[in-house]
Design a protein around this ligand. Structure first.
Ligand SMILES: *[C@@H]1O[C@H](CO)[C@@H](O)[C@H](O)[C@H]1NC(C)=O
Ligand SMILES: *[C@@H]1O[C@H](CO)[C@@H](O)[C@H](O)[C@H]1NC(C)=O
Ligand SMILES: *[C@@H]1O[C@H](CO)[C@@H](O)[C@H](O)[C@H]1NC(C)=O
Ligand SMILES: *[C@@H]1O[C@H](CO)[C@@H](O)[C@H](O)[C@H]1NC(C)=O
Ligand SMILES: *[C@@H]1O[C@H](CO)[C@@H](O)[C@H](O)[C@H]1NC(C)=O
Length: 484
């Protein structure tokens, strides 16, 4: 069998160029909004928690009002990191639900992201108002505004989202149950700790359970070979293999870490977005190759992960890009600087390796601290994150969060699944695992290409959301009126 696969690989090579089964890794979409999407603005406070600070700011929001009608619920989509589009209010499972329920669908970019800029720039000082609590207060403000302005006051409000958007949806439900009637969190992240080994560990398990030990070992050997080249100071070979823009500075711990982190994270993203079928294609591509594990992996990575142009993996570029506080620069446009700030000051959950990780141990917490420090500057103090996380844990309970009328969905090959909520003890909430899928595969509409299991999950979500929008019956009147 193995021989046959190798022969096929060679045949593909001879047959003109390289043939890969894998799809190319999907870069986040450009900022796009369909011309029929409604654009509005709502006013919110720069600082919700200090009444003395009277500054207000107008934020842009978007709405799909095609189906707005009698008894229609309000659906609000909270975006995941890096999404500045309106794609999931233009089409998606909830758009189809809105069509049948007279619903209206809204979304907006979080403060400091997209066009919603509360301060003149993003210096460390000016990022002070970028906190999870401020974002959630914006959500409450937003619901109050749109339900009045769009004349849907009294409608059921359902908040949903993918990734961190899912997390925020659940937290909004938990914090404002009088405003948010139900939440759906697709691949939400809930673990509130400084750093986690489980993402890279689960990556191993995702590959192993999909394709077996051979493929997992090939990936491991590829990274170990890369580690050997670095130990031998052979930056030139690595630069050529991976088509890097700059040679790795082999005596710089941070530059070496940055190289490994980039590829580990690209693999995590690839698995999250390409699901079990993508893992299988990658494994076929690697196993069919007659090259060494490192050669095969780097060739595949150039094709599937990084594309034609040279790949900039250097520590210096990462820091330079994220350090510029001006708007309309690469780091602020992409939102990487802002996410970096949230992670370094509040959210944590740095993905790290240690000596027991299957991949070479080059992404340690010390490296992540260095990134925070070098990007955010001398006023930033890493130790403060522990207090910020303790506060969040007290508010939201980490993986022990309890929220009613909440749906948690997770993909079983998503390496971040174990940072999410995969079971719930709340009788009015449901946790559903989706076999063979990565991240947020249930956000798009039901499609012909969906597996039977995925269709079943999507139908269940729609059924639950329909149930959640039927107003609960009023409590019976008290039999004995209390004496005043
Ligand atoms: C809303 O804004 C987008 C750009 O963000 C634009 O492409 C679109 O045409 C606008 N829609 C309307 C109805 O004006
Ligand atoms: C909403 O209406 C516009 C124009 O009326 C149409 O182009 C668009 O496809 C509709 N969108 C959906 C999701 O039905
Ligand atoms: C949707 O609106 C139409 C009229 O605008 C109404 O007849 C219908 O009952 C509404 N559907 C629901 C589910 O309330
Ligand atoms: C950032 O904005 C503040 C005003 O909030 C201004 O005082 C400061 O000079 C700006 N810094 C940079 C680097 O643009
Ligand atoms: C790394 O090596 C270069 C020469 O190749 C040298 O100039 C530099 O000082 C070294 N840096 C460290 C941190 O050792």
């Amino acid at each position: 069998m193995r021989t046959l696969l190798v022969l096929c690989g060679i045949a593909a090579l001879i047959g003109g160029g390289l043939a890969f089964k894998s799809q190319k890794y999907q870069k986040p979409a450009e900022h796009v909004t369909a011309d029929w999407i409604y654009n509005g603005t709502f006013r919110t406070r720069v600082d919700h928690f200090r009444a003395q600070d009277a500054r207000v700011v107008d934020f842009v929001y978007h709405a799909n009002l095609n189906f707005t009608g009698e008894n229609g619920p309000v659906y609000i989509y909270l975006k995941d990191a890096g999404d500045y589009t309106t794609r999931w209010i233009e089409s998606g499972l909830v758009v189809d639900l809105a069509r049948e329920s007279n619903g209206s669908i809204f979304t907006f970019d979080y403060r400091y992201f997209g066009n919603n800029r509360p301060t003149p720039n993003t210096t460390f000082e000016n990022l002070e108002f970028l906190t999870i609590e401020q974002i959630l207060a914006d959500v409450a403000q937003f619901v109050n505004y749109i339900t009045l302005f769009h004349d849907v006051y009294g409608s059921d409000v359902i908040i949903y989202g993918a990734g961190y958007g899912g997390t925020l949806a659940t937290w909004a439900r938990k914090k404002f149950p009088h405003i948010v009637d139900a939440a759906w969190s697709s691949s939400g992240i809930y673990e509130l700790i400084v750093a986690s080994l489980s993402v890279y560990d689960s990556l191993s398990y995702s590959i192993y359970r999909t394709s077996g030990a051979d493929c997992r070992n090939l990936v491991q050997e590829a990274f170990e070979e890369a580690e050997e080249l670095i130990a031998e100071n052979d930056a030139a070979s690595l630069q050529e293999l991976f088509n890097l823009c700059n040679p790795i500075v082999t005596n710089s711990t941070n530059d070496v870490s940055s190289f490994f982190q980039n590829y580990y994270d690209l693999l995590v993203d690839f698995v999250q977005t390409q699901h079990a079928s993508g893992i299988q294609d990658m494994c076929d591509d690697l196993e069919e190759s007659s090259l060494s594990p490192l050669e095969a992996f780097s060739e595949w990575a150039r094709f599937a992960l990084t594309g034609e142009q040279c790949f900039d993996a250097s520590y210096a570029s990462k820091i330079t890009q994220r350090s510029n506080p001006a708007w309309d620069e690469l780091g602020t446009l992409s939102g990487r600087r802002q996410w970096n700030y949230i992670q370094c000051t509040q959210a944590g959950l740095f993905q790290i390796t240690d000596d027991w990780t299957w991949l070479p141990n080059h992404v340690e917490l010390l490296y992540q601290i260095a990134v925070c420090q070098d990007v955010l500057g001398p006023d930033y103090v890493f130790d403060h994150i522990r207090a910020a996380l303790e506060f969040l844990r007290n508010q939201y309970g980490s993986l022990y969060l309890r929220s009613s009328r909440t749906i948690y969905t997770n993909g079983e090959v998503d390496p971040k699944m174990y940072n999410g909520i995969i079971y719930t003890t709340d009788p009015q909430s449901v946790a559903i695992s989706i076999p063979e899928h990565g991240r947020a595969s249930d956000i798009p509409p039901i499609q012909d290409t969906d597996s039977a299991e995925l269709v079943a999950v999507k139908e269940r979500i729609v059924e639950l959301l329909r149930d959640f929008t039927i107003p609960p019956p009023l409590p019976p009147p008290p039999t004995d009126a209390p004496l005043l």
